[in-house]
Design a protein around this ligand. Structure first.
Ligand code: HEM
Length: 407
């Protein structure tokens, strides 16, 4: 019989995209890789995955079948030069220190510190808190930093998509921003067979991305080094690239992060592991790492083969696609355990690997750690009062996860 935590995770994946649990579970049997006609090579072995991530001579992130191909259609063809080859090396060198732990901790305190404090206060007072809704607002606040939008900017830019009176609620601008990015991310639905968007989707994606970049030029000029755009400028990134990177960071780090936040709180509850964490709060970074491993919100990472190559004894041909089953690889390690020590084999595979390892990884750790500290501040266990899985989304998650502290 399935354990409670696994059952909820699989139901959540199925609500997001009905075929997903079957694919990810079947993926565990793919050792180390297997070709599926019409789709390409599926990889479910950590060493083979890492080999592919590290081989930029034969695998591309910007050709058909990989994320960068999708990004280029949405934000511009410059992605092809900036996310592969010497341009990418230069970009990563420039932004190497964009998200150091010191900076991300300060950024988190600044952008979501007060909202996290309010969660602690509400829980301690016996109030029910919807973690799914809070996560959307927390991530919306974080995105407002990435794209340089103050609440007033959001209210002006999105005046047509929300009732003006709704903006009286100080959280509303961040909800609106989150929903906007979510619509953009969901345009990636259906990219399993091909990452080429149809003309209608391209037009919509460009409109959404353009709107998201509205405040970047002004924020880039005025922002100081406590903001991400200010840091991009100080690190020597020119405006066009800072603008494109801001959109990509928003796209890469909105649904994935909100999903990890909400599922972390559910997983700790459903597995009973919250007791282990409350007994040993110094294990918070381990709980965060376990969350990322078990949820693996970027459940599948694509690459295209650019030159014939042999991998794990198989002959891969130029033009074929590769899909690294991140979720399957990471979940093969076992159930969620706060006391599980670092597993070298799966090291950060939830963030990809090689040159394209997630740029926002440290920010993710800081945000998830800070949320967990807010929820465990009172030292009491929580119970789930209500949960709903979100339907038809690219990154599966909860639409509602109401919790309250046990009496
Ligand atoms: C739990 C949340 C997140 C997960 C699971 C995640 C996962 C990933 C993965 C798997 C990749 C590699 C994609 C590939 O190789 O094709 C990636 C790349 C990237 N991520 Fe994240 N990400 C998260 C949050 C964020 C955040 C918050 C940001 C920015 C603030 C961010 C920015 C990026 C960028 C810019 C890249 C591309 C890096 C490059 O190609 O050099 N991500 N992420």
């Amino acid at each position: 019989m399935l354990k409670t935590a696994t059952r909820h995770e699989l139901t959540l994946l199925a609500a997001g995209q009905p075929w997903l649990p079957a694919l990810l579970l079947a993926g565990r049997l793919v050792k180390p890789m297997r070709k599926v006609p019409g789709l390409g090579w599926f990889v479910a072995d950590p060493l083979v995955a890492r080999q592919i991530y590290n081989d930029s001579a034969h695998f591309s992130i910007v050709s058909e079948g990989a994320a960068g191909h999708w990004w280029a259609q949405v934000v511009g063809e410059w992605v092809e030069d900036l996310f592969e080859g010497p341009g990418h090396t230069a970009l990563r060198n420039k932004v190497r220190d964009l998200f150091t732990a010191t900076h991300t901790d300060a950024l988190v305190a600044d952008t979501i510190g007060p909202a996290l404090k309010q969660i602690s206060v509400d829980l301690a007072a016996g109030r029910t808190v919807d973690i799914a809704e809070r996560s959307r607002v927390l991530v919306g606040r974080s995105v407002s930093d990435l794209v340089g939008m103050e609440p007033a900017d959001i209210a002006a830019i999105f005046a047509d998509s929300a009732d003006p009176s709704a903006f009286e609620d100080p959280d509303e601008p961040f909800r609106v921003l989150f929903t906007h990015v979510e619509e953009l991310v969901n345009l990636a639905m259906g990219t399993m067979a091909s990452t080429t968007l149809d003309p209608v989707a391209v037009e919509r994606a460009r409109t959404l991305a353009g709107k998201l970049a509205t405040s970047v030029p002004a924020a880039y000029e005025r922002a100081d080094g406590t903001t991400t755009l200010g840091r991009c400028r100080e690190l020597g990134l020119e405006l066009e690239h800072a603008s494109g990177l801001a959109i990509l960071m928003a796209v890469a780090g909105t649904d994935t992060l909100a999903s990890a936040m909400t599922r972390m709180v559910a997983l700790l509850h459903d597995s009973g592991e919250q007791r282990a964490l409350l007994a040993a709060p110094e294990r918070t970074p381990d709980a965060v790492r376990e969350t990322l491993r078990v949820t693996s919100p970027a459940y599948l990472v694509g690459r295209s083969v650019t030159a014939d190559v042999e991998v794990a004894g198989r002959q891969l041909k130029a033009g074929e696609h590769v899909k690294i089953l991140t979720w399957s690889i990471n979940n093969a390690v076992g159930d969620f355990r706060v006391a599980r020590d670092y597993v070298p084999e799966t090291r950060q595979l939830w963030f990809g690997g090689g040159r394209h390892l997630c740029l926002g990884a440290q920010l993710v750790h800081s945000e998830l750690g800070a949320l967990l500290e807010a929820i465990t501040a009172d030292g009491r266990e929580w119970e789930i009062v209500e949960r709903k899985y979100k339907r038809n989304v690219f990154i599966p998650t909860y639409s509602t996860l109401k919790i309250r502290l046990a009496g």
